[in-house]
Design a protein around this ligand. Structure first.
Ligand code: NAD
Length: 498
């Protein structure tokens, strides 16, 4: 068992705090590490260091900053499986899933290596006689990121490589539930040649986040996590005059049209609902069967019943445990409420066990049918391997149902009809739409574009739009006096225009 260090001012140091948070292996509930609740003095030191280092880092040529990202990308690839193993142990994710988490982060680092072309400004010559205007894209200063437990490699990597490539310094506050993966990312970043203090990592919860949200030296806050915390971060950060992007929770629907390919639908629904134990912000948690498609529900039940959770290194396991025993109790209690509110519980994942791992936070695949919009199982983000089935008469009814949801992260339609797919794409009020794709997560040359209650802010600063979020535009208008005077013809031309 180890005490997780802080990465402060370029050193991996032990916190002076007396408060520590247990980091557990969700498959056993053994304590594998302790994360410090960073002290106020340490938080202030991180912010002060970030401000100092910014003065020199922003002057480092953009091509050199990009080269750090190239080296980092190579190191992440070299250590890919090792990082995935750390990640599996602290999240419980299967090894395959953990490797995907790391890989999706590497893709953002690749994007960050192209920063120079993304930071190009604009020029117009002769905006007035002898006067030119050009714009520069410049970094902001100290930026910060607060990340959730469910993607401890990918989500920190959504943030700090782009912010730092733009010339900012960055303070990461990862989830206290799985800080070991982000610490390994930080070690490799230093190995890639990032100067000391450009990236710093602090640990803790609300108290530490509040320092980042209120200290005037912090210029921008990126958050990914649950809805209540996301709202709080947005409200508090903007009240303190910071730039904030806040990616929050979700309740994602998949619409199944009767003309869809049944086998594709069943495979997609099983993977998208129970994969990663349903702990994905893009998981499908509601299946909306249109018309005759509802006759497939018994086969869906059969397919889901064949899936089981297990340890990260069990290659037959489809998914791992829930992150904590508290989160598991919440999932089980929402299943109980679903039943008591009148939904049909077709598969009950409560009381699930895994051989040899009696203390893990296991929940089996769970399926409800007959779910209605007044039930908690429909309205709450369960964040467990639980799928709620609903029925609608027409595609238009399904679209109305989804557009009335307060969330807007992801949605999907399975259909054989181009017309139905087009109508759906155009009318649906959700930011990320899949057509015959269950989890439509965009690559970083697009943006991650949740809508409504799944996102607070005005820029989706993942990938492509990150450069706009982490920079300011400076417009310079200049006149240079030439020793040559205007020719008579030029002067006459101006006079005619006036
Ligand atoms: P969480 O909101 O509990 O925690 C996220 C981060 O906020 C952590 O670093 C945590 O320490 C910090 N935090 C917790 N309470 C806080 C408070 N009161 N004040 C300030 N900071 C606080 O989320 P989680 O359980 O770690 O992650 C799961 C959630 O994240 C789900 O709701 C999921 O949908 C969401 N998520 C969203 C996206 C997206 O892109 N929209 C991606 C991944 C996860």
């Amino acid at each position: 068992m180890k005490n997780v260090p802080l990465y402060l001012a370029g050193e991996f140091v032990q916190s002076q705090t007396s408060e520590w948070i247990d980091v557990t292996n969700p498959a056993t509930n053994e304590v594998i590490a302790k994360a410090p609740c960073t002290t106020d003095a340490e938080m202030r030191k991180a912010i002060e260091t970030g401000g100092e280092i910014f003065k020199t880092w922003k002057e480092v040529p953009v091509s050199e900053r990009a080269r750090v990202m190239l080296r980092y990308q190579a190191l992440l690839k070299e250590h890919h499986d090792e990082i995935a193993e750390i990640l599996s142990q602290e999240t419980g994710k299967t090894f395959e899933d953990a490797k995907g988490d790391v890989w999706r982060g590497i893709e953002v680092v690749e994007h960050a290596a192209n920063v120079a072309s993304m930071m190009m400004g604009e020029t117009v010559g002769n905006v007035a006689r002898g006067v030119d205007t050009h714009s520069w894209i410049q970094p902001l200063g100290v930026c910060t990121g607060i990340t959730p437990f469910n993607f401890p490699a990918m989500i920190p990597l959504w943030m700090f490589p782009m912010a730092i490539a733009c010339g900012n310094t960055f303070i990461l506050k990862p989830s206290e539930q799985d800080p070991l993966t982000p610490m390994r990312l930080a070690e490799l970043f230093e190995e890639a040649g990032a100067p000391k203090g450009v990236l710093q990592v602090v640990h803790g919860g609300k108290e530490q986040v509040d320092v980042l949200l209120t200290d005037p030296a912090v210029k921008a806050v990126s958050f990914v996590g649950s809805v209540p915390v996301g709202r709080y971060i947005y409200e508090t950060g903007t009240k303190n005059m910071k730039r904030v992007q806040s990616f929050a929770g979700a309740k994602n629907h998949m619409v199944i049209m009767p003309d869809a390919d049944k086998q594709q639908v069943l495979n997609a629904l099983v993977g998208a609902s129970v994969g990663a134990a349903g702990q994905r912000c893009m998981a499908i948690s509601v299946a909306v069967f249109v018309g005759e498609a509802q006759s497939w529900i018994p086969e869906l039940k059969g397919a889901m019943a064949n899936v089981r959770p297990g340890a990260w290194n069990d290659s037959d396991a489809s998914y791992g445990p829930i992150i904590s025993s508290k989160a598991k109790d919440r999932v089980e209690s929402l299943i109980a409420t679903g039943e008591s509110q009148g939904a049909n519980l077709l598969l009950d994942g409560r009381g699930c066990t895994v051989d040899g791992l009696p203390d893990g936070n296991w929940v089996g695949p769970t399926l409800f049918s007959g779910v209605t919009t007044d039930m908690d199982i429909y309205n709450e983000e369960v964040f467990g391997p639980v799928l709620a089935c609903m029925e609608e008469a027409t595609l238009a009814d399904a679209i109305t149902l989804i557009n009335n949801s307060p969330y807007g992260n992801g949605v999907s339609i399975f259909t054989g009809s181009g017309g139905a797919a087009r109508k759906f794409q155009h009318e649906i009020e959700v930011g990320q739409v899949g057509v015959n794709i269950p989890i439509p997560v965009p690559l970083p040359f697009f943006s991650f574009t949740g809508w409504k209650g799944s996102f607070y802010g005005d820029q989706h600063a993942y990938g492509k739009q990150a450069v706009r979020f982490y920079t300011e535009t400076k417009t310079v208008t200049s006149r240079w006096f030439s020793s040559e005077v205007e020719t008579e013809a030029e002067a006459n031309f101006s006079i005619q225009l006036r």
